[in-house]
Unconditional design. Structure first.
Length: 145
């Protein structure tokens, strides 16, 4: 199966702080599946490192209010094009990211407050009919591992 994955979960140093979110279970998927890595924020032109972003009133912003919506959404569009071209059947994305988050995201106040919601990539993938799991759920899907 072809699986789209958040590149930071594979250990790529693409997080806002130039770190990664490596998850062994995600990397292990490569033993049985073909993985397609994307980092929509970097694909849209965001730098490494970069300022944290959250979604407020439907737009991606930095903590000082700088609106970076256009570049992030451009990266999301590029990632969705790849998902379509590669015919991915599943995505495993980083939990709680405003771009890749699956069940919860931060509320746009930069206060560490989580709310129910999804990142823009997840929203786009679900609209395409692609099943999306986050890295934490993957551990409860032994059929994939
Ligand atoms: S945009 Fe997604 S892939 Fe890129 S660092 Fe954030 S969570 Fe990871």
């Amino acid at each position: 199966m072809k699986i789209l994955v958040s590149a930071c979960l594979m250990g790529r140093l693409c997080k806002y702080n130039a770190g990664h979110n490596f998850r062994q279970a995600v990397a292990d998927l490569a033993q049985k599946h073909e993985l397609v890595e994307v980092c929509p924020e970097v694909m849209g032109g965001r730098t490494i490192p970069r300022k944290c972003i959250e979604i407020r009133n439907g737009r991606f912003i930095e903590a000082d209010g700088t609106d970076v919506d256009a570049e992030v959404r451009d990266g999301v569009c590029q990632a969705l094009e790849i998902a379509k071209k590669e015919n991915v059947e599943l995505a495993v994305l980083k939990s709680r990211s405003p771009t890749c988050g699956v069940h919860q995201i931060y509320d746009g106040t930069f206060s560490g407050t989580l709310i129910d919601g999804q990142g823009a990539l997840t929203e786009g993938l679900r609209a395409l009919g692609v099943r999306v799991l986050d890295d934490e759920e993957l551990l409860s899907c032994p059929e994939l591992l």
